[in-house]
Structures are given as C-alpha cells and as structure tokens.
Design a binder for this molecule. Structure first.
Ligand SMILES: Cc1cc2nc3c(=O)[nH]c(=O)nc-3n(C[C@H](O)[C@H](O)[C@H](O)COP(=O)(O)OP(=O)(O)OC[C@H]3O[C@@H](n4cnc5c(N)ncnc54)[C@H](O)[C@@H]3O)c2cc1C
Length: 634
C-alpha cells in the first residue's frame, strides 16, 4: 500500500484523501450525474466501488430498499471473487470471518437399504491444489456488500449508496451532455412517494432478475420456460448427521435432494431442499411452501439422521430458471458499430442460473468489474467511447457458457440414483470441472482489448484473455516475499509486467532498452499520461528480474521501474522484484528466459504477451485504447 507520499498520514491509510467530486460530496443526488447505477447488489456495489476510485467522475448508486441488505440471498464465494476482494483490500478480513470449503461429501441411498442414506464419496474442492492461492468461501452476501460499501466510503469520492430510491423508467434522449433521463421514486424518507428526475451520461442496471432497466431498453430474458424451485433455509439446529459442517450433495432413495452449505460462525448452515421444476402456469403457488414443510422434507431426505431446527435465521423459496438476454446494453443489433451504448445491464438483470453451482453473486461481480473501469477511463478522457462496446461483447459470452455449465450441473444434481449409468458421474463432474465454478474459466476472445495469441509461447502460464494468475516473487527494496498478483489494486490502472532477460539490472540488455522506450518514447503508452499527473497514474510498470533479490542492485534499475511520485517527487521502489528460488515465477508461469512483457487490464485479465523488443506492437495495441492525455483531465 502506497501512502505518506503526499505527507505524513496519521490515521487509517485505507481512508484515502478526498479528491475531486469527493470534496463536499452533496448528500442529495445531483440533477446531473456521470454514471447512475441502479441496484446495490453485488454487481452494482462492485461497479460503484471501482468507479469510486475515479475522482473526476460523479457516480451515484440508487437502491429501492431503505438501507443495507441484512440477510439472505447468495452465500457462495468462489476463489476468483476472493482474488477480486484482494484488489479491493478486504480479502484477508472476509477470509477470517467466512466458512472455508475444502471438501465436498456425496451422500446416496444405501444399496442394502435405500430408505437410508450413506456417504459414498468425498471430493477435494481444489483437486490439483493449483487453481488459486485463494480459498473457496461461504459468507452471506450482505457482508460482501458491506465491505464494498466501506471501500467506496474510504475512496477519494467518498461514495455511499443512495437508499430509498426506486428506478421507474428511463429515456435515452441523445441530447446534450447528459443524454439519459431517468425517473426515480422516493420509497422512504420525507419525500416518500414523490418522483425525482435525474439526467445521466450512462446508466448501469444492476437491479436484479426483475430488472426494470432491462425492460426500459427493450431486452428480455430468454431461456427455459420452467423455473427450478428450492426451499432455502439458514438455520441453527441440533442433528446427528455427521457431515453437517461439510458441504454435501445428498440424494435420498425417494428422489429428494439437498445441497448442504455450512455457513460462517461455526453453527449456522444453509440447506437447499429441492422442490423440483415449476411450470410457468404454477401461478407461483410453490412460493407458499412453508418453512415447516421444508424442514419436514429435509428430515425425510436425511433419514436415518434427524434435524431438530432450533432457530430459523432466514428462509425463502428461491425460484429461478436458466435465462439470458441477447445483449447487455441498449445498442440494438442493427445499430452496432454506428453508436456506443448509454445503458448497460449487469448481473441477474441479464443472466439467471440455479443456486447449485453458487455462481449468481460471483459472475455478477465480474460483470461490474468488467464494465466499471471502462466507464471510468472513458469519462476521465483516457479512452474513446468505443471501449464501452466491449462490455456486452465480452460478458454475454461468459454468461452463455455459465448457463450451459449450470444446466449440466443442475441436471446431474436432480438425477435419481438409479438414473446414473456411472455411479461416480456426479463427483467426477465436480472434480473435472473444478476450475469452472471457481471462476477461472473466463477466457475473453481477441478484440481491441485482448491481443491475438501471437507470442503466447513466451508466457505459457499467462494465457491471453484469462485472468493473471499470481505467483511468488521477492521485492528487492525491502526483501519481502510476496505474491505478484496481490500487488495489483482495483485502482483502474493498466499493468505492464516486464519479466527481464537474463542480464542483471544495469547491464545493457533488452529489458534496459524496453525501460528506456517505455519511459521516454513518444509512442510509449505512458506518453498519454496527463502532464501534471504522476508518471504511474495510468500505468503501473513492474519489473521482475531472473536473479534472486540479493543480486539485484536497486540503484542500477532503470528509472522506468522507479517512478517519482507525489508532490515531493519521491522515488517509488516497490515495483522491482527478484525471483523466489523456492518457487521461480519464470518456471511456474512458463516465461521465456529471453524476457517477456505481460500486459494486464485493470480488471486483472491478461491483454497481451510480447517480446521485450516488440515496442512497436505494444504501441499499436494501446493506440486505439488511449486518447492523448497531454490535455486530458487528471
Ligand atoms: C430473494 C432472493 C434470494 C436469493 N437466494 C439465493 C440463494 O439462495 N442462492 C444463490 O446463489 N443466489 C440467490 N439469489 C441470487 C443472488 O443473490 C444473485 O444472483 C446475486 O445477488 C445477483 O447480484 P445482482 O447484483 O445482479 O442482483 P441483486 O443482488 O438481486 O441486486 C439487485 C438490487 O437492485 C435492487 N432493485 C431492484 N429493482 C430496483 C429498482 N427498480 N430500483 C432500485 N433498486 C432496485 C434490489 O433491491 C437489489 O438490492 C437470490 C436472490 C434473491 C433476490
């Protein structure tokens, strides 16, 4: 964490100095805003938290509830999300309070007496141990939202959600600087019942499965006609079921099934009791299933074990189908290429899937991460508006793949034991596809933001289009062993990792030539950085030498990797790394010993892999993504 560079900070350094629109931030929503986010679920809160790092951008997030979410909804947090939380600075704290999944147990009817269930298998959650250094967690959605709220309150823009506003409708007028007119309704407070009109440059619909923003841009969710229903209960209970603190898939001889999710805190657990497919004409009668019926069904499935529920913290009938919209923004197919979007939809507003693969909250957050930095870059004048068209193109494919995966998983979960040709089919599927539910199978296709894999062979462990997978390094200046990926914060910056050739720092070498180019060449992406800003304001350039840290002479390291920062022009030394001899990043990630440049997007996806000498290619990659910043606002 970099602080004190503007002068001594005596308080919590996580509270960044207020800047830009965060100075004297008005309590009431202004009549005109740059970005209006609708809905404070995981998608909206992550988008808001990312935009809170752009002090020049007025972002407001409205929510129809009167206050924070208290309980319920999703609880599965995949490793990719924890990795994302690391960038927002709260991974360690949420890990400490969450339940950690390490294994899953599978229970099935006893062949000798199908009225009883027995444990038939256990599967490791991360069978190779290599999916991520981060764990798979269970913690209530409300806590995730709390952490994002804290992050944005501490950010330069001092943001907080505007509770008590319901989105009613919008019109893209196309007129003036704020071409989207949004009508809101006060749902709480002294103005309850009154309408409010706000004009925005961009609107983000993060308003869940029944999204009104989606409706207002003429999108519909298409997919299965039927919903699948689960009785969901978060309960405290006394039971003789031995795996009550282990994640379990339980199938009974009668065909009933339970997904058991132990929860944070040591006592609470969630049970999803399968209520089956619900026809559209069911008239929502499944929703009348009572908690008593859910508990009775759970006891039936668990036989011979029993469940004595002492306290019900939350319960619901969660009814959801596999549905997807064909676009995630307001640009109609026939308009593509002729205009850029003004309205976006994220999360459940554009894709819904079963709770069984624990994806809803996770994928929704990644939608928010993908979109928000792009909005920040366009609104701050770093990038052209065309950047915004990549959001729908990238995320719609991810959602489609997820729905296909989820259909397969939930079909398997719903199968009766006698319907399996191979009795280990369910656990094999779980193990073989572990990387998917962990959130690491997102692989963006080549686009203006993702290069063709021409030079992929130089860095086989950093797949272009996939998320940058961290590995250990040792920081030279303070000799600290660290994870390289964890040094990347959600600050909206591009990252350029320079993995040096075999020469030592200070020698004439391709890495030294690259350093000279990136620092001084007119076609270097850094040349776009506004003249008044720190040299690392838009690009975080890090170097990793092949030698151990003790063999790197920090004084000989080129200036490009030691930017001068803050009003005192202090030298920032923390971007220079050596290898960890017990886990050499060059070996672990298949990095060419001749050196390689790895470009990573602000949302942590690898955008390009290039030889150190390919400066022309690197300049050409960034040219369409950057406006000349010499005159742009900081
Ligand atoms: C009642 C419920 C129970 C769920 N249970 C489970 C579960 O058991 N397991 C699971 O994995 N997933 C569950 N989910 C789904 C999971 O919570 C979502 O996949 C995830 O939250 C999606 O995030 P999101 O940000 O897209 O939408 P949401 O989390 O749904 O957030 C949308 C937000 O928008 C607000 N909003 C909606 N309309 C408006 C409006 N017109 N104006 C202003 N604000 C508005 C809502 O109040 C809400 O805060 C549940 C969802 C709901 C709604």
């Amino acid at each position: 964490m970099q602080f004190h560079h503007h002068g001594y900070v005596s308080g919590d350094p996580r509270v960044q100095a207020a800047a830009g629109v965060g100075i004297n931030r008005p309590t009431d929503i202004p009549d005109e805003v740059d970005v209006l986010i609708v809905g404070s679920g995981p998608a909206g809160m992550l988008a808001a938290a990312q935009l809170s790092q752009f002090p020049g951008v007025t972002t407001r997030i409205v929510e129809r509830r009167g206050g924070r979410l208290a309980i319920g909804q999703a609880d599965g947090i995949q490793a990719r999300s924890v990795e994302t939380f690391q960038a927002f600075g709260f991974a360690e704290r949420i890990i400490a309070e969450a339940y950690r999944i390490t294994e899953m147990a599978f229970w099935k009817p006893d062949p000798a007496d199908p009225s009883r269930i027995i444990r038939t298998a256990r599967a490791l959650d991360d069978p190779t141990g290599d999916i991520s250094e981060f764990p798979h967690l269970i913690v209530n959605q409300a806590r995730v939202l709390d952490y994002f709220a804290e992050f944005m309150a501490n950010s330069p823009t001092r943001m907080s959600p505007d509770y008590g506003y319901e989105f009613r409708g919008l019109e893209v007028t196309g007129e003036g600087d704020y071409p989207v007119t949004v009508t809101l309704l006060h749902t709480a407070g002294t103005n309850e019942g009154q309408e409010r009109v706000v004009r925005a440059k961009y609107v983000v619909g993060a308003d869940g499965a029944r999204s009104k923003v989606r409706e207002s841009i003429g999108c519909t969710l298409a997919g299965d006609q039927a919903n699948h229903a689960w009785g969901v209960m978060d309960v405290l209970a006394v039971t003789d079921f031995p795996d009550i603190r282990t994640k379990c898939a339980i199938q009974s001889g009668t065909g009933g099934s339970i997904l058991l999710i132990p929860r944070e805190g040591g006592h609470l657990f969630r049970m999803y009791v399968d209520l089956g497919e619900v026809d559209r004409n069911d008239n929502r009668s499944v929703r009348n299933t009572t908690i008593e019926e859910i508990i009775a069904k759970a006891n039936e499935i668990l036989h011979p074990y029993t469940l004595d529920v002492r306290n019900v913290a939350w319960h619901s009938v969660y009814e959801v189908g596999h549905r997807l919209t064909d676009r995630f923004d307001d640009v109609l197919p026939e308009e593509r290429g002729t205009r850029t979007p003004r309205v976006f939809i994220t999360g459940d507003a554009c894709h819904t899937h079963s709770a069984k693969a624990g994806q809803g909250m996770n994928v929704s957050m990644q939608d928010g991460f993908n979109l928000a930095w792009k909005l920040g870059h366009v609104l701050e004048g770093r990038s052209p508006e065309s950047l915004l068209s990549t959001y729908s193109a990238e995320r719609q494919v991810v959602a489609k793949n997820l729905i296909d995966f989820d259909k397969e998983w939930s079909t398997l979960m719903a199968k009766k034991p006698e319907e399996f040709e191979d009795p280990t089919e369910l656990e094999n599927f779980y193990v073989n596809t572990a990387e998917f539910p962990a959130g690491f199978m997102t692989h963006y296709a080549p686009s203006p933001l993702i290069a063709e894999p021409t030079h992929q062979s130089l860095a086989t462990g950093f797949t272009i289009g996939k998320r940058f997978k961290s590995a250990p390094v040792v920081r030279v200046c303070d000799t600290n062993p660290l994870q390289l990926g964890h040094q990347a914060k959600a600050d909206g910056r591009w990252r350029i990792y320079v993995f040096a050739d075999a020469e030592v720092a200070g020698a004439q070498s391709p890495a030294a030539d690259f350093a000279e180019w990136i620092a001084n060449a007119p076609d270097s992406p850094l040349a776009a950085t506004p003249s008044g800003a720190d040299r690392d304001a838009w690009f975080d350039v890090k170097v990793i030498y092949q030698q151990e840290h003790t063999s790197v002479d920090i004084g000989a390291v080129p200036e490009a990797f030691k930017p001068q920062v803050g009003p005192f022009k202090l030298t920032y030394l923390e971007n220079v790394y050596g290898t960890d001899p017990s886990a050499d990043i060059f070996e672990l990630r298949g990095l060419d010993r001749g050196g390689v440049v790895v470009v990573v997007r602000p949302d942590q996806y690898v955008a390009n892999v290039l030889p150190l000498t390919a400066t022309t290619e690197l300049a050409a990659f960034f040219a369409p993504l950057l406006r000349s910043g010499r005159t742009a606002a900081v």
